[in-house]
Ligand binder design. Sequence first.
Ligand code: FAD
Length: 397
Amino acid sequence: MDFTIPRHVEAIAHRVRQFVEEEAIPLESELLRSGADLSVEMVQELRRKARAAKLWAPTMPKAWGGMGLNIQEIAPVFEAAGRSLLGPLAIHCAAPDEGNMHLLHKFADEVQTERFLVPLAKGETFSAFSMTEPPPGAGSDPRMILTRAVRDGGDWVINGHKWLTSNGLLADFFIIMAVTDPDAHPYQGTTQFLAPRETPGIHILRDVPVMGGVDFGGHVEIRYEDVRLPHSAILGSEGQGFMLAQSRLGPARLTHCMRWTGIAQRALEIATDYASGREAFGGALTGHQAVQWMLADSEMELKIGRLLIHEAAWRLAQGEQARVETSIAKVQVAETVSRVLDRCVQICGGRGISRDLPLSTWYEKSRAFRIYDGASEVHRMVVARDVIKRYGAAEQG
Ligand SMILES: Cc1cc2nc3c(=O)[nH]c(=O)nc-3n(C[C@H](O)[C@H](O)[C@H](O)COP(=O)(O)OP(=O)(O)OC[C@H]3O[C@@H](n4cnc5c(N)ncnc54)[C@H](O)[C@@H]3O)c2cc1C
């Protein structure tokens, strides 16, 4: 395995980090102070600056203004962007648009590419991926999808109920997972559709309020009611929905890990800075072993997380599915981020709880990472199946 970061990628990551320091973090502080929500105009202004600095869309082809980096190369770049929650939005590598761009880049036909992907890659539009349904529909077990698409002449008519569709408040189009052949196994009977926002029958019921306050673009509940789409709205082929979802979610899980590692790393720096300057019981907090161990454990766990990200990214870059490695990285990094942020809040005491620092907001917002794109328990199930398959058979044999 080769984890060498090419020099040109290191240079990009360095520039992204500087951009985040100079442009994103001042706005982040301003929003923390005022309690205001991030507006579309603020994001567009950040994006204008990012494009001007030639720090745009790391995963997209250079022909569309992107940086053309592969899954391994983006790790340090996404981590640098992730040092502020505004960084990925600024340089256009935030979820869910980043995962949707990856999906479209792989599977959209020429017409779909021109209509949906190119404007998205340029930052002219927003997108959403609509898979999860409220009970009794699909959540952790995506095979339970209830949303149906039924053929009607040359069209498909979609009916269903989804929720937690991120970016749904702003999305110019939705990628909808729906069952097209209820008699087939869901892995062969489910299809993805590209639905422009203005399609009649897309009813946004509400933005679901979530822990950590308002998220840019929201996480909406939607009723799809007789949403009529032409056959050409199918992404990939009929019945390929799960295969496409897997190709989107594998890398998307890793990119979440990369971005959240950036936040956790910055949290560690903030907490260390506080502990160095704050005195208690006759010396700096950094002189107390309990604090030192919290710092050391955080540093060690972040390092383990990065190595796991690199391994899974390396395997994906070799053309492997890397399902188990991606699951291992997702669990480890999501839980590491939770632990690191918890320790950093603890080290900063009352200041950690206050909104004077971003730690309390990150602590709240990061909690969802142990649930979305597969709860930790579900990824452990994937890892356990692999362990049992490999070692269980040997035991019996
Ligand atoms: C902030 C946020 C953004 C999201 N964005 C999107 C989006 O853009 N598009 C989209 O389609 N979805 C999105 N989701 C939905 C997310 O992917 C689901 O919440 C997740 O897949 C879990 O499904 P569920 O909420 O229905 O949990 P459930 O399926 O009800 O599971 C609840 C809990 O049961 C446990 N559990 C489940 N299965 C097992 C098992 N096999 N073994 C042991 N325990 C288990 C886990 O602890 C799990 O957390 C988002 C969610 C959040 C919180």
